[in-house]
Design a protein around this ligand. Structure first.
Ligand code: SAH
Ligand code: SF4
Ligand code: F3S
Length: 493
């Protein structure tokens, strides 16, 4: 893709959308043919790995398949199966190959089955080569940058099946782009939840933390226009959505690349004003870019969730430098404690990596010190995983058992602060959005507070998607048991 100026950009996006809509209609024809061969409605299944951004992409894939006439099923043995992959850590890669291996058995019993693989792993040449060589039953491979071309690929998969009935390699479609300037709006999407939805605000990441593969597989930062974002949020609200999560790898650098720059804080405030939207979350901000403006916008907008996911990664200045995180432990702590002062009842959660190259037990001590001083409400802790091509892959690695020891100590410290923080709200009454029936406990439903903590209360499916005042009676570690006191009307906070 060549670089386009902004006016050309819009025209190119619209032209591409029109092309893909035509392909979607044509795909419908193939699906109807398939339905008459099968004597039933053809089915699809999307298997998703990875982060919220991938989950959002999975909804787009599902939306396209549903518009073409497939119906969604739970089983991975559907007529059209897609694996939307993640490559952030090696275990994500391994998990995918395990699942793909199983798919070959399904295809043996349903020869008309089609298998597609897309997502972040496909942006790495080695994975594409491996699939071509060792997984001949994969019909379609594409990457993160050209997902909007899926209607076209869908048609070509069925066209090729007719053209090349005997050659798997002639049939197979492989199209992976290194980058794109296009942001194609308005393709169909099938939402997983009726009452909440993710909304992409930007794509890609320019931070290049030395351990991370994301900038290589998701490309440079590109912001969606605020007009398009607000249009989508308004449509979602009209459709019954009450909570949105603004998504991007580095949301607080949103807007810098726009024709008329707009800060993330300004965008957040506008989203909070959309009628019908009662709660707004966002994921993920980078600590170096959290501005006072953003903190104040959250403070004065009760609809902005009392939850900031604020990835620390390490509490050692030496390691932070090697990671290219561009903040020091003191800067991080100062911001985190300032957030706690300014926004009452806010939860601060984080991501931490143990076993980064050259990490010593003293570095782990520094991390634990930050954990205790900030008092994280929750944390995702990961063992460092070497990602080929990233700068950290060439640094001196820590032996596995050392990394595991550090991981265990960090996890124990985080669990301790998480329990303390959860206990702080025991006995209070707060507002929860009821999300689902409790799978383990009959007669209970589960909801989330603005600070993202889960609360289980007696109730039934009629409460799902509604806000209730709940009493946080009994703190059980990281969640509560309580009672729904009354449904909220008006502003919920
Ligand atoms: N953009 C977000 C999230 C990126 S991926 C951010 O900057 O926070 C989610 C998390 O995975 C990261 O925060 C990091 O903790 C972890 N991660 C990324 N690369 C990793 C690697 N190579 N090994 C282990 N954990 C990693
Ligand atoms: Fe990866 Fe760092 Fe970008 Fe997050 S900010 S996606 S950790 S490079
Ligand atoms: Fe994984 Fe890609 Fe997200 S690597 S974490 S799915 S951006």
């Amino acid at each position: 893709m060549q670089n386009l100026n902004l006016t050309d950009h819009k025209a190119a996006n619209e032209e591409e959308l029109a092309r893909q809509k035509e392909f979607l209609e044509k795909a419908g024809m193939y699906v109807r043919e398939l339905a008459s061969e099968l004597g039933r409605t053809p089915t699809f299944h999307v298997t998703n790995f990875g982060c919220q951004m991938n989950a959002k992409d999975a909804e787009k894939l599902a939306g396209i398949l549903a518009s073409a006439g497939f119906s969604e099923i739970e089983e991975e043995s559907a007529d059209f199966v897609i694996y939307n992959t993640c490559t952030v850590r090696d275990n994500a890669d391994q998990h995918f190959y395990g699942r793909l291996g199983r798919a070959s058995h399904f295809k043996k019993s349903n020869p008309r089955m089609k298998i597609a693989v897309c997502g972040c792993m496909m942006q790495e040449k080695t994975n594409v080569e491996k699939l071509k060589k060792s997984y001949p039953y994969v019909d379609l491979i594409f990457g993160t940058h050209n997902l909007f071309r899926f209607p076209e690929y869908l048609c070509r998969v069925y066209e090729n099946a007719q053209k090349y009935p005997r050659s798997a390699s002639a049939r197979r479609i492989v199209d992976v782009w290194e980058k794109t300037d296009l942001i194609v709006e308005d393709l169909p999407a099938e939402r997983k939840y009726a009452y909440k939805s993710g909304v992409n605000i930007m794509f890609g990441c320019d931070n290049f933390c030395t351990y991370c593969i994301v900038p290589y597989v998701r490309g440079r930062e590109r912001s969606r226009s605020p007009r398009e974002i607000l249009r989508e949020v308004t449509r979602l609200a009209q459709d019954g959505v009450v909570e949105v999560m603004l998504l991007g790898q580095n949301v607080n650098s949103y807007g810098k690349d726009l024709e008329e720059p707009l800060s993330f804080a300004e965008l957040l405030e506008s989203v909070c004003k959309v009628p019908g939207i009662e709660r707004v979350r966002f994921m993920t901000p980078h600590p170096k870019d959290i501005s006072e403006e953003l903190i104040q916008v959250i403070k004065r907008n009760p609809k902005a969730a009392r939850h900031i996911h604020f990835p620390l990664q390490s509490g050692s200045d030496r390691i932070l430098k090697l990671m290219n995180r561009r903040y020091s432990r003191d800067e991080y702590m100062e911001k985190a404690l300032h957030i706690r002062e300014e926004i009452p009842d806010v939860a601060i959660t984080t991501d931490i990596i143990a076993g980064f190259p050259t990490e010593t037990p003293a570095d782990v001590d520094d991390t634990i010190d930050v954990i205790r001083k900030v008092g994280f409400d929750n944390a995702y802790t990961f063992i460092y995983s070497v990602r080929t091509g990233t700068p950290a892959a060439r640094m001196e690695q820590v032996p596995e058992e050392e990394a595991k020891k550090g991981f265990d100590r960090i996890l124990a410290a985080v669990q301790e602060t998480a329990k303390q923080q959860t206990l702080l709200l025991q006995g209070r009454t707060m507002c929860a959005l009821i999300e689902e029936e409790n799978a383990q406990l009959d007669g209970y439903v589960s909801g989330r507070l603005s600070n993202n903590t889960i609360v289980h209360v007696p109730g039934d499916a009629s409460m799902i998607g509604k806000f209730y005042d709940v009493s946080l009676d009994d703190c059980r570690g990281f969640y509560y048991f309580g009672k729904a006191l009354k449904e909220r009307s008006g502003e919920v906070g």
